[in-house]
Design a protein around this ligand. Structure first.
Ligand code: NAD
Length: 356
């Protein structure tokens, strides 16, 4: 029987509560589909600062590198807001992404039928379904480029640099084209090639790689136009590929269309099979410890893990189907509507398990 080694980075705030529910669901899936999972826990974020003084202890990197995949809850909270920038919980997050070489971030923006009314967009704009996959470059661009503060003729000034090389663009392009091939064979590349040299290199490289994927229909949008099109006609998109900073902003915009931050999963992949899977929301300190957090984004992150790292697509399908089904009747407070049953975080985990 296959066994997978998973490292749990529960993190801060609601992190431990939601990861516990996702583990319940993964165990249930393992029973049903005939594999086993062993877990190891490691520290990341505020809890790591409290225990070791740093947000990303060496031991965490070692454990994650040796695993088949990593499941992360969320990090951060007001307790650590006064830490210096390089010792904040979020620095641990950037650090683990870098240490594992996670250069591709996949963020699906999906509307589940029972939650259609939660979308801020009109039903006729959403259409029958919205299912977009945003592929964001995660370890290059302006977040990692040269930066600094300096004195400009007596005026304080600062700069950051957007830089990509062809290799970085080619590898993210291949992830996006492969993804498009598995979906509807439609890829939109987003850049700002009318202004930025780095974007012109991006576009040229994407066009070059497209020759390897003749079946994929490729188009290009400037980022400002893409931001507009996402709310004007989101149905036109299948897979979107873009740089680190543009992807950061566009994926948040796309996720809001689905109406609930507690529903959205994400995956970060490197060139091996190991990936890091996490909900897109933060540690929600305002509701931490109350048992009311929505665990579905983390549960759906486990489905992505099964699909993209563990090669268990049937188990992934079973989780996604169970989530769709559970939403018809059962809701945590953040997505509650009249006529459904309001449940706690752990009751939601149990309800999903009972449908697998
Ligand atoms: P947040 O996503 O934590 O919360 C925003 C709002 O959404 C809050 O009202 C919260 O209660 C609600 N919410 C979020 N997830 C929910 C869930 N699963 N169920 C029900 N409600 C949910 O964003 P924030 O308040 O801006 O940030 C809080 C902390 O999280 C900060 O320290 C921030 O730096 C950190 N953060 C971490 C990550 C990460 O770990 N990947 C991402 C974003 C923010």
């Amino acid at each position: 029987m296959k066994n997978y080694n998973i490292v749990l980075l529960k993190g801060d705030g609601i992190g431990p509560e939601i990861v516990n529910e996702a583990v319940k669901v993964l165990d249930r899936t393992a029973d049903k589909f005939g594999f086993t999972v062993t877990y190891d826990e490691a520290l990341l974020g505020g809890c790591a600062i409290d225990a070791t003084g740093v947000p990303l202890p060496e031991e965490t990197i070692t454990k994650c590198k040796a695993s088949d995949s990593v499941l992360l809850g969320a990090v951060g909270g007001p307790k650590w807001d006064n830490q210096p920038g390089n010792n904040r919980p979020e620095a641990g997050l950037l650090g683990i992404r870098g240490a594992l070489g996670l250069f591709a971030n996949l963020r699906p923006a999906v509307i589940f039928e029972p939650l259609r009314n939660a979308s801020p967009l009109k039903p006729e704009i959403i259409g029958d379904a919205m299912d977009i996959m945003i592929v964001r470059e995660l370890t290059g661009g302006i977040y990692f480029g040269k930066r600094g503060n300096f004195d400009e003729d007596g005026v304080p000034a600062a700069y950051d640099t957007e830089k990509y090389n062809v290799n970085e663009i080619e590898r993210i392009a291949r992830v996006a084209f492969d993804m498009a091939m598995k979906r509807n064979k439609k890829l939109t590349s987003v850049d700002k090639a009318n202004v930025l040299d780095s974007s012109r290199l991006w576009r040229k490289t994407i066009i070059k790689i497209s020759e390897e994927y003749p079946e994929v229909e490729l188009n290009h949008l400037y980022v400002d136009n893409c931001a507009m099109q996402l709310v004007r006609d989101p149905k036109q998109f299948d897979v979107i590929v873009t740089s680190n900073i543009f992807g950061d902003i566009l994926s948040d915009e796309a996720s809001m269309i689905s109406g609930s931050i507690g529903m959205l999963a994400s995956a970060s992949l490197n060139s091996t099979k190991c990936g890091m899977y996490e909900p897109i929301h933060g540690s929600a300190p305002d509701i931490a410890g109350k048992g009311i957090a929505n665990p579905l984004a983390t549960i759906l992150s486990v489905a992505m893990m099964l699909r993209y790292s563990l090669d268990e697509p049937e188990a992934a399908d079973a989780i996604e189907k169970a989530v769709s089904e559970v939403l018809k009747t059962t809701r945590t407070p953040d997505i509650y509507t009249e006529g459904t049953t309001k449940v706690s975080c752990s009751e939601m985990g149990n309800a999903v398990c009972s449908l697998i």
